[in-house]
Design a protein around this ligand. Structure first.
Ligand code: FMN
Length: 336
């Protein structure tokens, strides 16, 4: 594991070695992947929705605790705009707390009602916000930190159409809690830029998908190595459910239906059912099928390798970038 080098408010808050978080990944943030993040000195979040039932989710927490040998790890709580769907989220929160989890990534809709319970249990809450207004609202609601995501994000970047870099500069002016940036980050020079902006770290999804510890079919991982920054597309914006995915057969079909003026999700049938992604792409390597969440930072992936090696490379790149900065600054002239 790379020795700690950067110390920020986020490394302090999460008790981690590096200012790098791995965002929750539907179907993929299992015990092995999250433990790999934690053992590499970062923070990861198990995604309860990925498991068949509560027993399987609880078993993953137990396994993660064993694999991390007591180091803290996190759980992702993605809230829905449909109140009935959040009954399960509250249950997952209780299960996680009962298993000793004290680090949470909330996402989707406002986490307000969960924050009180989580804080009362001594937990740390980072809210992932698709834009500045949501980030400020989460801060007011008591979130301990914010992950601000730009439109480059793989998965669901919300209705936000602004890029990560711009959001970062605005966040540095307006937010008081620790901020990590997410969306399109896959090279250490971007981590350096985030720190140079006065922010506290990065949250990554897509760049980590080629990690050995991600449980997907080798054929899909090999395809990821062929991807470049043009290999993803933003769809379903017109239905208020923006989704950045791999350009594949399914994406083309969905794009055509959307262009034809689809009025609701029913028009897409099972094309947008996440289980198709799990069963065809992740399990069988048929990457042409399913809405496969992915962002353009996949362009930085060159090898399938252990997660710790990706983290080490990001840190080395960030150090090299920051080492260049002092030589760019002219000495301040002596007063006359
Ligand atoms: C395959 C995949 C699945 C994701 N699933 C979830 C999820 O279930 N919940 C969530 O909050 N975010 C999810 N995300 C978003 C990530 O947690 C993270 O915010 C995002 O990947 C960061 O942007 P990047 O992909 O450009 O690095 C997913 C992203 C990807 C690529």
């Amino acid at each position: 594991m790379t020795a700690p080098f950067f110390r920020t408010r986020i490394t302090e808050l999460f008790g981690i070695d590096h200012p790098i978080l791995g965002g929750g990944l539907m179907w993929l943030s299992d015990a092995r992947y999250v433990a790999a993040l934690v053992n590499a000195g970062c923070m990861g979040f198990v995604t309860p929705r990925s498991f068949a039932d509560d027993t399987a989710f609880a078993a993953a927490l137990v396994q993660c605790r064993e694999l991390t040998r007591g180091r803290p790890f996190g759980v992702n709580l993605t809230l829905s705009k449909r109140p009935e769907a959040n009954t399960a989220v509250r249950r997952w929160m209780e299960i996680a707390l009962a298993h000793g989890v004290r680090h949470f990534e909330t996402a989707g809709y406002a986490p307000g009602e969960l924050i009180g319970t989580l804080h009362a249990a001594g937990a740390v809450v980072l809210h992932k916000a698709p834009g500045l207004r949501h980030a400020l609202a989460a801060e007011r609601a008591g979130a301990d930190a914010v992950a601000l995501v730009g439109m480059e994000e793989g998965g669901h970047p919300g209705a936000n159409e602004l890029p990560t870099m711009l959001l970062g500069a605005l966040a540095a002016e307006q937010l008081r809690v620790p901020v990590v940036l997410a969306g399109g980050i896959g090279h250490g020079r971007q981590l350096a830029a985030v720190l140079a902006q006065g922010l506290d770290g990065v949250l990554i999804g897509s760049r980590f998908l080629v990690a050995e510890e991600i449980a997907t079919h080798p054929a899909y991982k090999r395809h990821l190595l062929d991807c470049d920054e043009q290999s993803t597309v933003r769809l379903l914006h017109t239905l208020g459910n923006t989704w950045r995915v791999l350009r594949n057969e399914t994406a083309r079909e969905v794009e055509a239906i959307e262009r034809a003026g689809a009025a609701d999700h029913a028009a897409f049938g099972t094309l947008i059912d996440g289980r198709a992604t799990r069963d065809h792409c992740y399990a069988q390597g048929d990457w042409q099928r399913g809405m496969v969440s992915l962002g353009p930072s996949i362009a930085f992936a060159r090898r399938i390798e252990p997660l710790a090696a990706i983290v080490a490379e990001l840190l080395a790149q960030a150090r090299a970038s920051l080492a260049r900065l002092p030589s760019l600054v002219s000495p301040v002239p002596e007063p006359a």
